[in-house]
Design a protein around this ligand. Sequence first.
Ligand code: SF4
Length: 292
Amino acid sequence: MKITNKLDLPAGLVKAVSTERHNEPGCISATTLLQGVKHIILTDRHWDELEDDVADRIWAIWGTAVHSLLEQEGENDFAEQVMSYPVGDITLTGRIDNYDMKKGIICDYKTASVNKVKFNNFSDWWYQGMIYAWLLRKNDFIVNKCRFITLLKDHSKIDAVRDHQYPQNPVFVYEFDVSFLKILQIEKFIKNKVREYVRCAALGDGDIPPCTPDERWDKATKYAVKKKGRKTAIRLLDRQAEAEEMAADLGKGHYVETRPGESTKCLSYCRCCGFCNYYQDCVKAVDEKIAV
Ligand code: SF4
């Protein structure tokens, strides 16, 4: 991957953000497995052609710095250990920030924005924690719980005072228990995803199915019922017909505004989008049409 430096930032910063391939040949990490299959394969195939700017990678340094400060081992725990286990011809790996052997607790350190907590958006961490739990169990360790210690990088004390729904501290703990049923559930997910990855790895770029709506962070199109002269919508609905009916019932001066959905990851967060036909044909083309 080429790292550009558009802001002419110091060499030390450029060095700190420079990155190697995340996966060895034949291996796939837990965090990689959570990406869309098309994203995984295109990123790997086009690694040497991909570009990223130092400024856009700055939060990655923050995450790395936090990890190196916190990776202390206690009497009963180990830190930054890589666990692995074969799934067919692929080796699944996971670097675990901290594992308490006595209590069977996996602990992972994260940096995140306040919105993640406000919208209770933790499904990616649930899957990551469960893959780690599966890897540990396969290596004969017990796992009872996963904990994600989250440093909220945009936390505001003023907003916390004003709003009781707002996270009250700059550290948030997301945690859940690990059960036998959850282990079976994640095993099924792992096997299906690896099978799909292997199947698609034999296809050309354009023949690999697009990442799923969840993996693309899709937002659905919404229909806002509005009134002339009022800034905010009266109601936001999923179906156009329902919105049209409501505007008609409310009478003169009411109308429907369409708020087009988008594939947020494809548009703003996918490094390999330049090599993705789904992005070129469906996301970029639609976005350009809306902008006109
Ligand atoms: S642009 Fe979207 S569909 Fe294509 S690889 Fe990236 S995330 Fe997946």
